[in-house]
Ligand binder design. Structure first.
Ligand SMILES: [Zn+2]
Length: 161
C-alpha cells in the first residue's frame, strides 16, 4: 500500500520548486478522513475488475491492485485550501502524491477519488488527456468525477494534477 506521510516515518516534508507542499499529516481530523478514504479503496475499489482493467490500459500498464501494492508511493498533505487543484503528483511517473485541504473539505469520497486520480498519474496517465479522471468512472467513484484534464505548471514543470 502507498505510505502515509505522518511524523516519524522519516519521509520528511518538502516543497517543490513550483511551491507545492508535500508535507506530513499532523491533524488527527484530517488524517481520519484520509483513513476513511483508504478504507473505501481497500474495501471497494480494489475489488473491481473494471478498475483493474482500466488502470492496466494506462501507459504504465499496471492494474489498480499492482499500483495499490506499491509501497514506494507516498501520500503527502498540502495544508492550503487556496490551490487550484485537489491532488498533485510530483514529476512524471512520480511516487509523491499530495492531497490538498480543498479535497478534505469535500469529504472522504472526494479524497478517495482524488487519490485514485493521482494513482493513475503514477501509472502514466498523461495530463493532456482525461484518462486519470476517467478511471473514477470504472473504479466506483463517479461522485468525484469532473472530467478533468490536468493542468501543468508552465513555468516549472514539476507536477501533474
Ligand atoms: Zn490529473
Amino acid at each position: 500500500m502507498p505510505k502515509i506521510n505522518v511524523p516519524g516515518t522519516g519521509h520528511g516534508e518538502f516543497t517543490s520548486p513550483a511551491g507545492n507542499r508535500y508535507w506530513e499529516y499532523k491533524d488527527d481530523k484530517i488524517k481520519k478522513i484520509l483513513d476513511q478514504a483508504i478504507w473505501i479503496i481497500q474495501h471497494s475499489v480494489t475489488r473491481m475488475k473494471s478498475c483493474d482493467d482500466c488502470f492496466k490500459a494506462l501507459p504504465g500498464g499496471r492494474n489498480f491492485n499492482d499500483v495499490w501494492k506499491d509501497d514506494r508511493i507516498w501520500i503527502n498533505f498540502e495544508p492550503r485550501a487556496d490551490r487550484d487543484w485537489y491532488g498533485i503528483t510530483f514529476g512524471v511517473g512520480g511516487t509523491d502524491i499530495s492531497i490538498s485541504q480543498s479535497a478534505f473539505d469535500k469529504g472522504r469520497w472526494w479524497v478517495a477519488g482524488t487519490l485514485v486520480h493521482e494513482l493513475a498519474h503514477t501509472n502514466g496517465a498523461t495530463i493532456t488527456s482525461k484518462d486519470a479522471d476517467k478511471t473514477l468512472l470504472k473504479c466506483g467513484l463517479v461522485s468525484a468525477y469532473e472530467g478533468v484534464i490536468g493542468v501543468q505548471s508552465v513555468a516549472k514543470k514539476d507536477f501533474y494534477v
